[in-house]
Design a protein around this ligand. Structure first.
Ligand code: ZN
Length: 137
């Protein structure tokens, strides 16, 4: 897989195979105007199979959301056809505005302007709880 087809933009690499569409939807890529390529089931020495997303623009990526969905991904930032930065993500300690609390009695259900915040309470099991009512995500 070559990145030289992108002059300016972002490549999200090492996505667990099958996760590309979840990332696409949860990070709001469907609302972008620039061109985006989703490449699924690319063979990878390390992972067997992986997905890749290429975005033809240097947009701000929601790293919290990305880390939540797939903590193993890497992000390549390309400027003038040169890889200028490589970033990795991790499971975030907190998630702001990514998940919605499903508890109908949670304060965030009646106060819509309140930001949805979830806190990582168990890193091994990847459990997030609502900051307000402690309901599981
Ligand atoms: Zn809640």
């Amino acid at each position: 897989m070559h990145i030289d087809s992108i002059k300016e933009g972002i490549v999200i690499d090492h996505i667990t195979a099958g996760n590309a569409m979840t990332i696409y939807t949860l990070l709001g890529f469907d609302k972008l105007e620039c061109s985006i390529a989703i490449i699924k089931n690319v063979s990878s020495k390390k992972m067997g199979k992986k997905d890749i997303i290429k975005i033809d623009s240097n947009i701000d990526i929601n790293l919290e959301a990305l880390g939540y969905i797939d903590p193993g991904v890497t992000i390549d930032i390309i400027k003038d056809s040169v890889l200028v930065e490589k970033r990795s993500v991790d499971l975030p300690e907190k998630l702001h505005g990514v998940l919605k609390c499903k508890n109908p009695r949670c304060i965030t259900s009646c106060e819509q302007e309140l930001e949805q915040v979830f806190v990582l309470t168990d890193k091994d099991k990847k459990i997030y709880r609502c900051m307000y009512c402690e309901a599981k995500a």
